[in-house]
Design a protein around this ligand. Structure first.
Ligand code: AMP
Length: 249
């Protein structure tokens, strides 16, 4: 069973985001970048399926400018077998990524595609759903547990009332939630081994996909600063403030 895993390069989740002075976006120059955390979970799940003898090959795919190759290398160091890099300097939006992934899926014919439930930079939570729709494949979003049984993927999802398990007929697509697993750190020998693994390079043009953005970002702003709190001395004072200042009781 071949697996395709999408990995996006994003600003590291520990970095304090700074908005550009012209409000066109956020500062990315000299900022630490990493694999989107939900995609690390996707790679980990794929590697576990391979270790369990369920998957035979893992292909890690990323789209973006030249440095996204580092993210693919990280996936290879974690255990993916080979990479595909679709190189473009265009700011990719979810629909463009979904169309590129569909073209790659048609070439590679994976049985399962794994994406993160969302990229922590744009928080779109859209690419997986769009890709499943474009392919006409069943989708299990926000997976917190995955089991492959024959030609079926059993996907457990956390929903309002508890846990829901869906049976998807392969080929299928899942998007990962935080609780699916805890990703491993790549070991030094595996980082060295990953240097020898291949990354195929493609362009959107070669895949016949138009990646022109359809959405325009009007303005990016910092969230309003939170006002400092006050300490109250008594419960009566707290009730008074809630009643007469905050007017919430
Ligand atoms: P989003 O819909 O933007 O929140 O992204 C959801 C998921 O789509 C991510 O977690 C990735 O798995 C995948 N994805 C989005 N953009 C890219 C990209 N440029 N390269 C590879 N995967 C991507």
């Amino acid at each position: 069973m071949k697996l395709l895993v999408a990995v996006k390069r994003v600003i590291d989740y520990n970095v304090k985001i700074r908005v550009k002075s012209d409000h066109t976006g956020v500062e990315t120059a000299n900022v630490k970048m990493s694999m989107n955390p939900f995609d690390e979970i996707g790679v980990e799940e794929a590697v576990r399926l391979k270790e369990a003898g369920v998957a035979t090959e893992i292909v890690a795919v990323s789209m973006g400018p030249a440095p996204v190759q580092e993210t693919i290398r990280t996936a290879l160091a974690m255990g993916a077998d080979r990479g595909i890099h679709v190189e473009t300097d265009v700011e990719l939006q979810p629909l463009a990524v979904a169309k590129l992934l569909k073209a790659i899926a048609e070439k590679e014919q994976p049985q399962l595609i794994i994406l993160g439930k969302q990229a922590i930079d744009d928080d779109s939570n859209a690419t997986g759903q769009m890709l499943a729709a474009l392919l006409g494949w069943p989708q299990g979003t926000f997976a917190s547990k995955l089991k492959i049984e024959g030609d079926t993927a059993l996907v457990t999802r956390e929903v309002d009332g508890g846990l829901e398990t869906e049976a998807l007929k392969l080929p299928a697509l899942i998007t990962t939630d935080l609780r699916l697993n805890e990703p491993r750190y790549a070991s030094l020998p595996n980082i060295m081994k990953a240097k020898k693994k291949t990354i195929a390079k493609l362009t959107a043009g070669e895949l016949g996909i138009d990646v022109t953005p359809h959405l325009t970002v009007l303005k990016v702003e910092e969230p309003p600063k939170r006002q400092a709190g006050v300490k109250v001395k008594t419960v009566e004072e707290l009730i008074d403030k809630l009643r007469n200042e905050a007017r919430v009781i």
